[in-house]
Write a protein that binds this ligand. Structure first.
Ligand code: GLN
Length: 477
């Protein structure tokens, strides 16, 4: 039977003739079908994945040097465009919508030899923390199907967790890669804002959005990142900084200077066991000779409100294009005027959470409230940025829990939006300031669910981020 450990080992097995890309694709298609109850994939591209695999097998057989992601089987969150394939943001609004071009990340995957196996379930327009806001229904956590996968990239996380593909791409505006990675016990990395092009990523909040990667090993996450990162003429916010060969820079022996936020570890919402296990890790790091200091983070209670003011404002603007005329679902109701047509189309097309965010965002941008909310939130964002620069003048990394609790039960928080928003308390900060962050699966809770540690480093220091992550995973496993 086909077995996957790392891309490197897979490539060795391909070159030795121990397996083929076709065998790999067949294995994953069977596994996806056998695990349909998880609801991780919305659609699989069976015939074309097999066709691409057999073309790649011919290249390998001819003895050619393999491309970096030759035959690597990847799933895409349903917000990342793949030419001539549907992309719906898990919304009725975009039912039957087909991408007319590839996202830059998709193009780079394809150019590097990857096989895209399907599109993955998520919260509608990437808004949510549990994948319960999807038009296609919730994604189930493979460790316990009564529990949520996390969100919004829940399908992408579960697909890697349950071995339904080798790598998934998700998107992370406030934690949507790291939080489900934490709940599912896999690696989830959100690089620096502007490291990966957002061209072809359906926008939620453009000054926060970033494509992220799910993988089982740091090596594979690093390799995928170096393939899809980098300059792009189609995204003016993407960085021209050269992309390092992250995957070949992992092996280092260093003593690190690490900070953690006192307020984060003392927060009343933090699960006791998560706190205890994180503190134990901090002690272990100290005994290994690293410097680990508690630092003040007085702004912690402001990060969630700041995040929700700014992202809903940006979302209300970004989602205005889905009006049944420019894009999206158009109402079938006849004999109504233009305003009624817009209203009906948007009311029918969007789900409740998306409507809530559009309303909130429109409110904070409205005349009379703009300064009290939007401007204020931008000021907090600046304070956070200053604080971050100050911290990284002294430290290599900041650590925190990824989420204050392990994966909760499906339905447990869906009627309480504030409780749901507060689950993002540790993950929104890196997006507010644009720094890279990763969740790594280090711990198990007494309820048997996995949970992770979040690591953050300064802008464009993905190399350090991945090095420390790799070191910690080796230390604990
Ligand atoms: N849970 C956060 C939200 O609902 C994060 C979403 C995301 O990162 N896309 O906004």
């Amino acid at each position: 039977m086909f077995r996957f450990s790392t891309i490197k080992d897979y490539h060795i097995a391909l070159q030795n003739g121990q397996t083929t890309c076709v065998e790999a694709v067949r294995f994953y298609i069977d596994t996806i079908k056998a695990n349909a109850s998880l609801n991780a994939f919305i659609e699989i591209y069976e015939a074309e994945a097999i066709a691409k695999a057999s073309a790649l097998d011919a290249v390998c057989k001819a003895g050619a040097i393999l491309q970096p992601l030759h035959g690597v089987i990847v799933g895409l969150k349903d917000v990342i465009c793949y030419q001539d394939h549907p992309v719906t943001a898990a919304s009725a609004m975009l039912n039957n919508f087909k991408s007319i071009y590839n996202a830059t990340a998709t193009q780079k995957l394809l150019d590097a030899g990857a096989i895209i196996i399907g599109r993955q379930n998520c919260d509608e327009f990437a808004m949510g923390s549990s994948n319960e806001n999807s038009y296609y229904g919730p994604v189930k956590n493979a460790k316990d199907q009564e529990r949520v996968s996390g969100g919004s990239s829940g399908g992408s996380a579960v697909a890697v967790q349950a071995g339904l593909c080798m790598i998934s791409l998700g998107s992370d505006t406030g934690g949507s890669v790291r939080q489900p990675a934490d709940f599912c016990g896999v690696i989830g990395i959100k690089p620096t804002y502007g490291r990966i092009s957002r061209y072809g990523l359906i926008a939620y909040a453009s000054s926060f959005d970033q494509i992220g990667i799910f993988a089982k090993t740091i090596e594979d996450a690093a390799l995928t990142l170096e393939v899809i990162a980098g300059a792009d003429d189609f995204d003016s916010t993407v960085s021209n900084k050269p992309v390092e060969k992250y995957s070949s820079l992992l092996d280092v022996q260093k003593k690190y200077r690490i900070a953690y936020f006192k307020e984060a570890l003392e927060h009343p919402s933090l699960d006791k066991e998560i706190r205890a296990q994180t503190m134990a890790l901090i002690e272990e790091l100290k005994s290994e000779g690293h410097t680990v200091d508690a630092v003040d983070f007085e702004l912690l209670d402001y990060v969630v409100p700041t995040y929700y003011v700014l992202t809903t404002a940006e979302a209300s603007s970004n989602l205005s294009r889905f009006d049944g005329v420019k894009f999206g679902h158009r109402t079938k109701t006849k004999n109504i005027d233009l305003t009624e047509m817009y209203k009906a189309s948007r009311s029918e097309g969007f789900g409740d959470e998306v409507k809530r965010r559009i309303l909130l965002g429109t409110f904070v941008l409205s005349e009379g409230y703009f300064d009290a909310y939007f401007t204020k939130a931008q000021q907090v964002r600046r304070l956070l940025k200053n604080k971050t620069d100050e911290l990284f003048a002294h430290y290599d990394a900041i650590i925190s829990p990824t989420v204050p609790s392990p994966a909760f039960k499906i339905g447990e928080k869906s009627t309480d939006p504030i409780a749901m928003f507060l689950a993002d308390i540790y993950t929104v900060y890196p997006n507010l300031v644009g720094i890279p962050a990763i969740s790594i699966p280090l711990f198990t809770h007494s309820n048997a669910m996995p949970f992770g540690l979040q690591l953050m480093t300064k802008h464009f220091s993905e190399t350090t981020l991945l090095q420390i992550a790799d070191y910690l995973l080796h230390l604990k496993h």
